[in-house]
Design a protein around this ligand. Structure first.
Ligand code: PAF
Length: 282
């Protein structure tokens, strides 16, 4: 399995493979790969001849210096994991300089308001950082299809918007959330949880499923109040937000309509670690 550390060597390889008629799938990651990432890579392997996995902890999407510093960096283990999946995978693990040269700054984007909802309210500049890195990676790797998990549903919608606004010739594929046996959504951050916190964090998904049932008969406001109450009673988890949003524009649902599709979103802290999750409501 080849690991490319510079965009020039990667671009040469991609060019050769494309000239030979190969299709390229792309899974961008920040490393610390888990089963959720592997399921994205498997999807990419099914749809494409070869698959590029990028491993890059992108500094411009972190609004919290400690979070960036503590983000796990495990390239060797990531390579070993990817080797278990098959031969048609190559890795792009660039340095900060290879991506940003000397200017480690996010570009400014407008995603037609998607960026101001939920995560955008709590993580200043986060989606400018995500937009910057995903645009650059797509321009370097030039894949036919790129795969993103629905755990970061808002990010997925924003990347679809980015690709359509900048007319980037790639198909963006959203993939279902991969969960631990307890229901906890897979995340690189789960590795930082103590055993107790990991067990207790399953409460997030359990509450989302209960909320999904209640949404059949109750208003969005009532369901959100109910979720807030459940978290108020929980000894370890602190709710940052619960939101029920229309998936078209991610705006808060005021009044339900049968013709619209909604999801419920949660961000919560446990042991100072921030976890997010969401489920479809209808
Ligand atoms: O979802 C992630 O892991 C990151 O936001 C991404 C898409 C790899 C960009 O750094």
């Amino acid at each position: 399995m080849t690991t490319f550390y510079t965009q020039n060597t990667l671009k040469n390889y991609v060019q050769t493979e494309k000239s030979a008629g190969k299709t390229i799938g792309f899974v961008p990651t920040m490393g610390a790969l888990h089963k959720g990432h592997l399921s994205l890579v498997r999807n990419a392997m099914t749809d494409n001849d070869i698959v590029c996995v990028s491993v890059f902890v992108n500094p411009t999407q972190f609004d919290n210096a400690t979070d960036l510093e503590k983000y796990p960096r495990t390239l060797e283990a990531d390579v070993e994991l990817l080797k278990t999946l098959g031969k048609n995978i190559f890795i792009y693990a660039p340095s900060i300089k290879d991506i940003y040269e000397t200017d480690v700054e996010a570009e400014k984007f407008s995603f037609d308001g998607l960026e101001f909802e939920m995560e955008g309210k709590f993580r200043t500049g986060h989606f400018d950082g995500v937009g910057t890195i995903v645009k650059r990676l797509l321009e370097i790797v030039t894949p036919h299809k790129a795969y993103f998990g629905e755990k970061d549903f808002q990010q997925l919608m924003i990347i679809k918007k980015l690709v359509s606004k900048y007319k980037i010739p790639v198909e963006i594929i959203g993939c279902s959330i991969f969960r631990e046996a307890s229901g906890l959504a897979m995340s690189s951050r789960n590795e930082r949880l103590s055993d107790e916190a990991r067990k207790e964090s399953a409460f997030i998904y359990k509450t989302l499923l209960e909320a999904q049932k209640k949404f059949g008969t109750k208003s969005a406001m009532k369901v959100k109040e109910w979720v807030q109450k459940q978290f108020n009673k929980h000894p370890l988890l602190t709710l940052e937000y619960v939101e029920i949003a229309n998936i078209k524009n991610l705006k808060t649902v005021k009044r339900k309509s049968k013709n619209e599709t909604y999801r419920i979103f949660i961000a919560a802290f446990i042991e100072d670690i921030r976890l997010i999750d969401n489920v479809a409501l209808n």
